[in-house]
Write a protein that binds this ligand. Structure first.
Ligand code: FAD
Length: 446
């Protein structure tokens, strides 16, 4: 009898518990992917072609087993109801966003065969780590202490089931994707990162050095397994340990959102919904397009637009600038990142936005506000990252690249920079903006 394997955000055959179990338990499996219009509608310009590139690669992998990926467009419950008629059981790896949980419940209710579910998305699933009181954690450090002690489940190797050969509607034609698709390409990216993992602890906050793994979108689409990655990297050096700790952050945000689904729309700490955000269409547009006059912010926002990715430290700086310098609602920033990030994940995005805004899980008080110029000097000392993304400043020397408005007129002139013409003058003055934000937060939360 046939097992139906529903691929979602686990687009790989290696280290995939669902694939392994279904191909062991059945003589024949159907590998299904559903093009869900309600996900595709919000996929943005980068994620959709990337998804299609991964699906094409998965289809090629299945062809090596004599089968095809069956692709069908439609609502998951309708597609699954009809596909499951031929099957003995439906298999999938769990996903934990409010949308995914509700969808999976609807599918479970609509199919007439058993559903068999695994964890192939996170290292330790939401619910597996609880505080002493049996509650989900809201603070990372105690969560991590517990997380780091749990054994990581190893995936068994796949079985010998025959793979169905019906391609369904087939994978849509792709306009070019940012990354090469599929798990082989993801493993090549991983191998390149493993060469540098031992310096990760010292260099991960340096966007100019580009030493973070850049594996976030492979984790998002599941072309890499988070659990296998954590096992493979291990904790033998400070760099490895620091990297695996970031995977724990990822699990942490999954469990925070699963326990607090309202935080997609509202502040995790409800009193912070009282903040009087500014309505500033021009400021928002300047931030989105990378024209705030703060070079590190503009570099990050331009990288996001071009690459569908932004370095993690710069995500924090740009997000903090929107919320704490422009006093614009974090939800507008979250929405912009959601549209453009290749690695967009509801839990990671909203969790980090609320962390930066001080409305979520960050234990630091809201009055600790990033200074974008100090941050810029720290994370991009020579300004190489800025110059890569803001070429109109590439001829500036020394610290002027972090705050061109402080440079003397001769250095600006010899670098061809005319503030307000070739590059924007700063749209806010940080010290004043900081005071304005502190007043707004104070008024809301005391
Ligand atoms: C405002 C804001 C929005 C963000 N939105 C997303 C998002 O939608 N999707 C997403 O995957 N990450 C998001 N992040 C987290 C983080 O910035 C990225 O995961 C990381 O920069 C990706 O680059 P990397 O793979 O080189 O990371 P590395 O530094 O190599 O880290 C390894 C992995 O650990 C995980 N990780 C690292 N930092 C974090 C973090 N702060 N929170 C959760 N997981 C983390 C990621 O899976 C990452 O791939 C956001 C951060 C901020 C500040």
């Amino acid at each position: 009898m046939t097992g139906l394997v529903w691929f979602r955000r686990d687009l790989r055959l290696g280290d995939n518990p669902t694939w392994s179990e279904a191909t062991r338990n059945h003589d024949r499996v159907t590998a299904l992917f559903v093009l869900d219009p309600s996900i595709l509608r919000s996929a943005g310009p980068h994620r959709r072609p990337q998804l299609e590139a991964h699906l094409r690669a998965l289809d090629r992998r299945l062809a090596a087993h004599g089968g095809r990926l069956k692709v069908r467009a439609g609502s998951p419950e309708e597609v699954l109801r009809s596909e499951a008629r031929e099957a003995e059981a439906v298999y999938w790896n769990d996903d934990y966003s409010p949308y995914a949980s509700q969808r999976d419940q609807r599918v479970t209710d609509s199919v007439s065969v058993p559903t068999v579910r695994f964890n192939g998305v996170v290292v330790h699933p939401p619910g597996s780590i609880r505080s002493g009181k049996g509650e989900p954690y809201k603070v990372f450090t105690p969560f991590y202490r517990r997380w780091a002690t749990l054994p990581i489940t190893k995936t068994t190797s796949p079985g010998k089931a025959e793979v169905g050969s019906d391609p369904g509607e087939g994978v849509p034609e792709t306009t070019s994707a940012i990354l090469d698709g599929g798990e082989d390409a993801a493993n090549t990216r991983l191998a390149a990162f493993l060469e540098a993992v031992d310096v990760y602890a010292e260099e991960r906050d340096r966007p100019d050095l580009n030493q973070s793994s850049r594996l976030s979108s492979d984790l998002k689409f599941g072309t890499l397994s988070a659990a296998a990655l954590a096992s493979k990297v291990g904790t033998a050096t400070a760099g490895r340990e620091a990297f695996v700790r970031q995977l724990a952050w990822r699990d942490f945000h999954f469990q925070v959102l699963a326990a607090n689904p309202h935080m997609l729309q509202r502040a995790l700490k409800p009193e912070y919904d009282e903040i009087a955000w500014r309505d500033d269409t021009e400021g928002l547009a300047a931030w989105q397009s990378g024209n705030t006059g703060y070079p590190i912010v503009d570099a990050g926002m331009r990288q996001l637009r071009a690459d569908g990715w932004m370095h993690g430290r710069v995500r924090m700086i740009t997000a903090s600038f929107l919320v704490k310098d422009l006093l614009i609602d974090w939800r507008l920033g979250e929405r912009h990142f959601r549209r453009l990030l290749l690695d967009f994940d509801p839990a990671q995005n909203v969790g980090n936005w609320q962390w930066v805004a001080g409305t979520g899980t960050d234990a630091a008080p809201y009055f600790r506000i990033f200074n974008p110029v100090t941050q810029s000097k720290k994370c991009d000392p020579q300004g190489d990252y800025i110059k890569r993304w803001v070429p109109e400043l590439s001829k500036l020397h020394g610290p002027a690249v972090h705050a061109p408005w402080e440079a003397d007129p001769d250095s600006l002139a010899s670098a061809g920079v005319v503030l307000g013409k070739t590059y924007p003058a700063p749209i806010v003055e940080h010290r004043q903006a900081r005071e304005r934000t502190l007043a707004a937060y104070r008024q809301a939360v005391g």
